[in-house]
Design a protein around this ligand. Structure first.
Ligand code: BG6
Length: 495
């Protein structure tokens, strides 16, 4: 169970709060993690009927969580924690003082300020918190991504927040770091002796990191059209995953040691400048197409105006260090793709010498698939002899670790884990300012070069795997994308 705390959610009735934060806190309530005295303050510009709002939240939670997960008495104890406050962040009035007085009832408590707001308001909000004496020594602030629009604006925002909160009280959330399989990637790499000796360019041919989504804009038109896939997904989620795959083992699994190693990876990322964007990157935008048999509109139709914003990015990246010399990292993300799937695929090199004759069949290279979602799990593809055959015939068989099958009742909620980490003051799954800075320093030149070199935004049909050029990016290296699909079950064929 946590210690006593107060959490103040700015944008408390917004989309993120309703879809992610409140369900995460409620799950913690159900699991008995929340201290009985903990309070949740939901801030919004206007608060009308509080009973109606509570009923709305109850409905949201019941819809999101399975019904048998929502016993009435638990809901009552959760509802009792909630206090609504109406507050206009841009106006200084007595309502700030009201919030300050509420928090001052428990000055010793850990205090979490969750800024579920546009980043342009972070500075003002922190300044107001400071002016109303709400920032105590036990206070921390949580910032959502993407932090800024480019390196310069991100630095600016970080400096504004940094005037009021020390770096070790700033939690930059990247919910991918809270996903169960991402945690398990660390366990795989650092709790097993067998992988580490192979985890380098001598044994690994290439790595793929791919996050494909079926959803389109989901009504976030204004935000998304400003951001695009590069800022929304690559600058943060994809590069964070890349860091965890590629980093050296940290001395300890603690924030500072992990950060030191992640920074080295980001520093070693080879810049992609100027005309290199044409051979190393692909950007695309979905047009009308069929998703699971249903026709869906294109990006521009959803947006209702013209736009050059990319909804798909594929990149061939390199990490210039001893471990990864010569190993391409293919990164890909896109909306309205054929399947929702997030995975890291480690492709090993072929065996040094094939001792089998042609009749044994093709010798595929080993592949380790680390599936973040859906059906979280890991699968190692290895070659084995076909059973019950007199002659030597080889087949690829999967060694599976399906978390859903292996661990009963797993319910991984990245926000739940990350919020508990904030409350427990554990920074190890959060991005440091320097990481965000280096990530921007790598993506900014790519986006600038796209514009300068007139690199086209290629159309792709909704329901496809992106523009043809994305497949060609790998084909020209005699490789191909691992395109989702169900992780194969390990079943021996018996005849
Ligand atoms: C968010 C992006 O950070 O991640 C969204 O802003 C995206 O555009 C989402 O849809 C994907 O998260 P998940 O956990 O559903 O893969």
């Amino acid at each position: 169970m946590t210690q006593e705390f107060d959490i103040v959610i700015f944008g408390g009735l917004g989309d993120l709060s309703l879809r992610k934060l409140l369900p995460a806190l409620y799950r913690s309530e159900l699991a008995g993690h929340l201290h009985p005295e903990a309070r949740i303050f939901l801030l919004a510009r206007t608060i009308n009927d509080q009973q109606k709002l509570l009923a709305k939240i109850n409905k949201w939670l019941t819809n999101q969580l399975k019904e048998n997960e929502c016993p009435e008495e638990k809901w009552q104890s959760f509802a009792n924690r909630i206090q609504f406050c109406s507050l206009d962040i841009t106006k200084i009035d007595e309502r700030w003082q009201g919030l300050s007085e509420c928090l001052a009832q428990h000055p010793e408590r850990d205090r979490v300020f969750y800024l579920s707001l546009p980043p342009s308001l972070y500075g003002t909000t922190c300044e107001n918190l400071n002016n109303h004496n709400m920032i105590s020594a036990q206070s921390r602030v949580v910032l959502e991504k993407p932090l800024g629009y480019d390196q310069e604006s991100a630095n600016d925002i970080n400096s504004q927040v940094g005037r009021f909160f020390p770096e070790d009280a700033i939690f930059r959330i990247d919910h991918y770091l809270g996903k169960e399989t991402v945690q398990n990637l660390m366990a795989l790499r650092f709790a097993n002796a067998m992988f580490e000796p192979l985890w380098n360019g001598r044994h690994i041919d290439h790595v793929q990191i791919s996050i494909s989504e079926e959803v389109g804009l989901e009504g976030r038109t204004a935000f998304y059209d400003q951001a695009g896939a590069m800022r929304d997904m690559v600058q943060n989620h994809i590069l964070q995953l890349l860091c965890l795959v590629a980093m050296e083992p940290p001395n300890q699994l603690q924030a500072n040691s992990i950060r030191t190693e992640k920074l080295k990876v980001l520093q070693a990322l080879r810049p992609i400048n100027g005309f290199e964007v044409q051979s190393h990157t692909v950007r695309g935008q979905y047009v009308e197409g069929l998703m699971r048999g249903k026709s869906v509109p294109g990006y521009l139709d959803e947006l209702g105006s013209d736009s050059n914003t990319e909804t798909f990015v594929a990149i061939k990246a390199h990490i210039d260090n001893w471990r990864w010399a010569g190993v391409p990292f293919y990164l890909r993300t896109g909306k309205r793709l054929k399947e929702r799937c997030a995975e890291i695929v480690i492709n090993f090199k072929p065996v040094a010498h094939n001792v089998f004759d042609g009749s044994a069949g093709h010798l595929s290279s080993n592949q380790l698939v680390i599936r973040l979602q859906p059906d979280e799990g890991m699968q190692m593809k290895v070659m084995a002899k076909e059973l019950n055959k007199f002659e030597m015939r080889l087949q690829e068989v999967p060694l599976n670790l399906s978390f859903a099958d292996t661990f009963e009742n797993i319910r991984s909620d990245a926000y739940q884990r990350l919020l508990l980490n904030v409350i427990e003051n554990d920074l190890s799954l959060f991005a440091h300012r320097d990481e965000a800075d280096l990530a921007w320093a790598w993506v900014d030149p790519i986006m600038n070069a796209w514009n300068k070199c007139g690199s086209p935004v290629l159309p792709y049909e909704a329901g496809s795997w992106g523009p043809d050029a994305s497949a060609a990016l790998l084909h020209s290296d005699k490789r191909s994308w691992h395109n989702g699909g169900k992780l194969q079950k390990a079943k021996a064929k018996r005849k």
